[in-house]
Ligand binder design. Structure first.
Ligand SMILES: [Zn+2]
Length: 254
């Protein structure tokens, strides 16, 4: 373990441009239920329809009524999101960014916890559950900036349809975020992959592309994944333990 941490810290310090990719494992450690797996919301309540975006566009008023008065899995998820706090893994990544070691974080999580921990250069590839986005002009708003008297609410800037910033099934990744992710992944020669088995595209493509051009991947995950074979270093454990330990090694070696 000591050797793994040393190797990972050296990778970070020798790289020109380090980014991170994070996923559900980090959220689960903050008490947010996963979607998949034995305790997953979809395992308990059943898979949601795979055409969520199409259904939203077909009846946005109904989608907003459900959103403002959530039931079943959505109730459970919103309650967990409202309670959740960043864990030591989120704080360690924010600290690495503050130190100038980490340049940007791409997250598949929608829980806002990276931002709460202090991450600045953050790309939320599946959106942010605390924000509302205009389908037309892509402007984003805080929830309390919007008037919900008439549903669906309309964009204060352009009058376009508003939806949750969270990316629905069948919805394209917002173009500004996807472009930002591509720019960061193209620059990177080292990526920390934490709490994700990186099987959901487009996020899964970034670490593979970095590894294929000879960059280093550092995997932080209790279990091996499809990505493990591509990784230079594997830190087998929860992000909340491994990332703070890695931060300490970086501090010691710097
Ligand atoms: Zn708009």
């Amino acid at each position: 373990m000591e050797l793994d941490l040393d190797a990972a810290a050296r990778c970070l310090l020798e790289a020109r441009y380090v980014i991170a990719l994070t996923g559900a494992g980090l959220s689960v450690e903050s008490g947010i239920p996963p979607f998949r797996g034995p305790n997953g919301l979809w395992t308990k309540y059943g898979e949601p329809p795979m055409n969520g975006y199409e259904r939203f566009l077909a009846d946005p008023r109904k989608a907003w009524e459900e959103r403002l008065n959530p039931q079943g899995p959505m109730r459970e998820l919103w309650d967990a999101l409202a309670r959740a706090e960043p864990n030591p893994g989120h704080h360690a990544l924010a600290e690495l960014e503050e130190m100038g070691v980490l340049q940007a974080t791409i997250t598949q999580n929608v829980d806002n916890l990276h931002r709460m921990a202090g991450a600045v250069r953050l790309l939320e590839i599946h959106g942010n559950a605390t924000l509302i986005r205009c389908v037309q002009c892509v402007a984003r708003f805080e929830r309390d900036e919007i008037d919900y008297v008439q549903l669906p609410p309309r964009c204060p800037r352009c009058g376009g349809l508003l939806k949750s910033d969270t990316v629905s099934f069948g919805e394209p990744i917002p173009p500004d975020v996807l472009a930002g992710c591509t720019v960061e992944a193209d620059r990177a020669d080292c990526m920390i992959v934490a709490g994700t088995s990186a099987t959901v595209y487009p996020a899964a493509g970034f670490p593979i592309a970095i590894a294929e051009r000879g960059g280093d991947l550092i995997e932080v995950n209790p279990y091996p994944s499809d990505l493990t074979a591509f990784c230079r270093v594997r830190l087998p454990g929860p992000s909340g333990e491994m990332l703070p330990a890695l931060l300490e090694r970086v501090r010691a070696l710097r």
